[in-house]
Design a protein around this ligand. Structure first.
Ligand code: HEC
Length: 132
């Protein structure tokens, strides 16, 4: 009888662990976009597009040692909410002086997705997201 209970306890503990592992492995993060009032899945297809647009349109000025007067920026220069605010308010100098003009609203959405997905406060000790 006692042995049976022990087996049940071990099985239950194992199942609990397994279900956690599955939850973390399959976790999709979402970003609520204040401008479009929609929830955006942080998936490879948009964050990858965003990464490319960020590299070619934002990093073209915001690289270390640039002579355009732009601070060095990285994905962790802002928190998740901080990046949302940059794209929602558009009140940083470059957004106001027309440096973002050739980017469409869709471009800005995916750049925001990318930066949000790697923002300062996205590190989660329960996942391996920041280990790569
Ligand atoms: C033509 C050059 C240029 C481009 C392109 C550009 N920026 Fe800027 N950005 C600046 C300058 C100049 C400033 C004002 C100085 C500063 O604070 O870095 C600025 C300021 C900022 C700031 C405020 C910096 C801070 O920490 O307070 C953020 C955030 C920012 N830019 C993000 C972006 C993003 C995101 C993109 C791409 C969508 C972008 N920038 C594209 C030149 C540029």
């Amino acid at each position: 009888m006692e042995k049976k209970i022990a087996v049940i306890a071990v099985t239950a503990a194992f199942l609990a662990l397994l279900s956690h592992a599955l939850v973390f492995a399959g976790e999709t993060a979402y970003r609520f976009d204040p401008a479009t009032q929609s929830s955006r899945a942080m998936e490879y297809k948009n964050t990858w597009e965003g990464y490319k647009l960020y590299q070619s349109n934002c990093k073209s000025c915001h690289f270390r040692g640039n002579e355009r007067g732009a601070q060095f920026l990285d994905t962790d220069s802002r928190t998740m909410r901080g990046w949302n605010a940059v794209f929602y308010k558009k009140n940083v100098r470059c957004a106001r002086d027309g440096s973002w003009a050739k980017l469409s609203p869709e471009d800005l959405l995916v750049i925001n997705d990318y930066l949000y997905s790697k923002a300062y406060d996205t590190w989660d000790p329960r996942s391996n997201k920041s280990c790569g």
